[in-house]
Design a protein around this ligand. Structure first.
Ligand code: GLN
Ligand code: ZN
Length: 757
């Protein structure tokens, strides 16, 4: 018998019913009792599905009302004072206030979950008085047992991971926090043991990052105490996303099973296991099916990998599982019938991955009996591999030629800068925006009308032009110096380009949770990426025809397109990035030829591809920066290349940002309370730069003085001759009036600054 396990199932539902329930509840149209009943229904249906598929170890408590880190904080009563929480079980109102903020209390911060596009709520420890407010894993276990007779495996975020991902432990120190929380964790596992739970899965993904000797000591303390507290309960210590950092120490921890990722992290875990062996008496959670990618597995190869593991561990001690929770992939590929069969048959989303796990467990147990299923799988992969979309020789040749040549602009920034000053004759501290203007309900409706066929392409295009006209006029009247067309024709900054490039496919229902109820539907890059026809020239040229001021062209950069898509795995990410760069280069050149002399290439997701292991940062940044430069380097000296970044802290990436050699960068600043500005104190940045002078994430209109303040602070560190004035990010989600007033304030603050500098 080889057992199968699931580490976590997507919460959102095949029709995003989870998202819809949350949003209806937030809008006040669903009573709390109805809402929780609805979520229970969804939760149980997910368990039932896994049960029907024949998964042996079904996870419980992986489900959430928002996010699992927030759940853990709430379970331990870790609620910041500003939410007026009075102890006891955290009410839903407080729970959602922490996630989303209220009138009087800012939401908790949200940040990326390791190297995924999932974002968790960052627990704030500083003013918390922890107590066990409810045993969530226990409740989930009981529910599954009572409703479906499932002997669930409760999932819990491990203490070390929980603390390291929280903020505010510095005051007391992490060890003091371990002392505070460990007894509560012990209480949780004791209650599980008392209920008769057999296995609990404790997630410690932090173990794939750098683990210090001190951390190892902490882990020993934590897991010894848990084992002592609940000696009959078995613990599967689960890691994922990479190879573990200190294999030998980690496998020795006093737990009953160790879950390792055998898909990511190169050969790290397999090599360590082969070299050091695996402790007798422990189970190995073998993460052999990719929990994050969307492609079917070559099961023959996976069975071979299992064989290698079994040589060391024995099949009776192996659990077949995905490399991580299936939270990061869409629910099912079954309904994607509109896709070309060669593509659809090669896809495996969560449900298909569960099937693969069960198949693999069965095959490992019984030898060759699954040969037919394996052959089908292999044939599907072969068909995709042989697809003409993957062998565009024209593209491959052009891209390798390009990549072998220099990615540098013809002249240095200094030379370009003086040429551009001459050409553009902009005032000191030029003002601009990041690209998009409000996408009103009317704009979205117009797009719907066109997509449904109610409007002709011509009518839709006329409508877009009308919007461009309105906003060009408004920008000029407000007094902005560099204008944009407003991006009214775009739903999403990646999808828009993906739909126009070859090599991309779009699913109907391939949604994954990004944060809270927010889901994204990443495009699939399955073939060679190629430019087919100009993507942005018509709108940009039209906008330029309406004004004497420069209009900035607006593109999404190669790394952002790459990092926000599901990507083929038969060639390297670097190769795919260069293909996208080549396609974008053709667009940049088309814009330039059409008379557009300023072109912005956005890279908000540059940081998202950063590997978890620090020693791999450099090589990623090398090719990522190169891809950006390849896309932008062929233009004339007088053509001004802009870029834009947001969402993250970029302070440790300033060198890479400089290397992009963009003539102007605009960076989000105000949400980090101006912390960005400090980063530039040590790092003299000597290219054009605009640090966002106001937060665009809230409808609030900032007063002139506030922006003046931001400008003054920035100009204490940065050279006024290179400084630009702009908001933090695009204005797509804002209303028209607040946008207009904010921009007027921004122009006024600039006028005041110009008088001073
Ligand atoms: N140009 C895009 C916009 O203004 C940039 C969006 C982003 O950075 N996320 O919407
Ligand atoms: Zn942005």
């Amino acid at each position: 018998m080889v057992r199968s396990s699931s580490l976590g199932y997507p919460r959102i539902g095949a029709d995003r019913e989870w998202k819809k329930a949350l949003e209806t509840f937030w809008s006040g149209k669903l009573e709390e009792a109805e809402f929780t009943a609805r979520l229970q229904e969804i939760r149980l249906s997910h368990l039932k599905k896994q049960q029907l598929k024949g998964i042996d170890w079904i996870p419980v408590n992986d489900f959430s009302f928002y996010d699992h880190m927030l759940d853990t904080a709430a379970m331990f009563g870790i609620v910041p004072k500003r939410f007026a929480y009075e102890g006891g079980r955290v009410p839903l109102s407080v729970y959602y206030a922490m996630a989303r903020g209220t009138q009087g209390a800012a939401a908790c911060e949200m940040t990326k979950w390791f190297n995924t596009n999932y974002h968790y709520i960052v627990p704030e420890l500083s003013d918390a008085a922890p107590a066990l407010t409810e045993n969530r894993p226990l409740a989930a276990y009981k529910e599954a047992k009572e409703a479906l007779g499932i002997e669930g495996k409760p999932v819990l975020v491990g203490l070390l991971t929980f603390l390291k991902l929280s903020k505010g432990y510095d005051a007391a120190g992490i060890d003091a926090w371990i002392e505070r929380l460990l007894p509560l964790y012990v209480q949780v596992v004791q209650e599980l043991e008392r209920e008769g739970v057999q296995w609990v899965q404790i997630d410690e993904p932090i173990l794939v990052t750098s683990v210090s000797d001190q951390d190892i000591i902490r882990l020993k303390t934590i897991y010894e105490k848990l084992a002592e507290g609940a000696p009959k309960l078995k613990i599967m210590l689960q890691t994922y996303f990479e190879a573990v950092d200190s294999y030998e120490e980690i496998v020795k921890l006093p737990v009953d099973g160790i879950g390792l990722d055998f898909v990511h992290g190169g050969n790290g875990n397999l090599a360590a296991l082969t070299k050091h062996g695996f402790p007798a008496g422990k189970l190995l959670g073998a993460g052999v099916i990719d929990g994050r990618g969307i492609w079917r597995a070559d099961l023959e190869q996976k069975l071979d990998l299992m064989g290698q593991l079994a040589d060391k561990v024995g099949y009776d001690r192996i659990i077949v599982q995905s490399s991580c929770s299936l939270l990061h992939v869409p629910v099912t590929a079954e309904r994607e019938t509109q896709l070309a069969p060669e593509l659809r048959n090669a896809l495996a989303f969560a449900d298909e991955k569960l099937d693969e796990i069960v198949l693999l467990a069965g095959a490992a147990a019984s030898g060759a009996s699954a040969a037919a299923a394996f052959a089908g799988q292999k044939e599907a992969l072969r068909k995709l591999q042989q697809s003409p979309a993957r062998s565009r020789e024209d593209v491959q040749q052009a891209v390798s030629l390009m990549a072998a040549q220099s990615a540098a602009r013809a002249s240095s920034f200094k030379e370009r800068h003086s040429i551009q000053l001459q050409k553009w004759q902009l005032p000191l501290l030029p003002t601009t925006t990041i690209g998009s203007f409000p996408q009103s309900a009317e704009v979205r409706q117009a797009r719907q009308n066109w997509r449904k066929g109610d409007w002709s392409a011509e009518r839709y295009s006329d409508y877009i032009k009308e919007q461009i006209g309105i906003w060009i006029e408004l920008q000029a009247e407000i007094g902005l110096d560099v204008l944009v067309h407003g991006e009214f024709e775009r739903t999403d900054m990646v999808e828009y380009f993906g739909e126009k490039l070859a090599g991309f496919a779009f699913t109907r229902n391939g949604w994954v949770q990004s944060y809270g109820s927010r889901c994204v539907k990443p495009p699939i890059i399955y073939g060679d990426v190629a430019f087919t026809s100009p993507m942005t020239v018509e709108e940009t040229v039209y906008a330029q025809s309406l004004t004497d001021k420069p209009v900035k062209g607006m593109l999404t950069g190669p790394i952002t397109i790459l990092n926000w898509s599901f990507v083929r795995e038969d060639i390297t990410r670097e190769q795919v990035a260069y293909q996208i760069a080549y396609a974008l280069r053709l667009e940049v050149e088309a814009l330039e030829k059409a008379g557009i002399g300023m072109i912005q290439v956005d890279e908000p997701a540059l940081r998202e591809g950063l590997p978890l292991k620090e020693e791999e940062h450099e090589s990623y940044l090398d090719w990522a920066v190169k891809a950006f430069k390849l896309a932008t380097c062929t233009v004339a000296d007088s053509t001004q290349i802009h870029t834009h970044m947001c969402y993250c802290e970029f302070h440790d990436m300033i060198d890479a940002i400089k290397e992009l050699d963009a003539d102007v960068i605009s960076i989000e600043t105000s949400r980090s309370h101006g912390e960005m500005i400090h980063s530039f104190e040590e790092n003299t940045y000597d290219l054009g730069i605009g640090l966002g002078v106001y937060d665009i994430h809230s409808p609030r209109v900032p007063p002139v003085e506030e922006m003046s303040d931001m400008i003054d602070r920035a100009l204490q560190v940065l050279n006024p001759a290179l400084f630009w004035i702009n908001p933090d990010c695009g204005l797509k989600t804002r209303g028209r009036e607040e946008t207009e007033t904010s921009l007027r304030h921004m122009v006024e603050a600039t006028r005041l600054a110009r008088a001073k500098y």
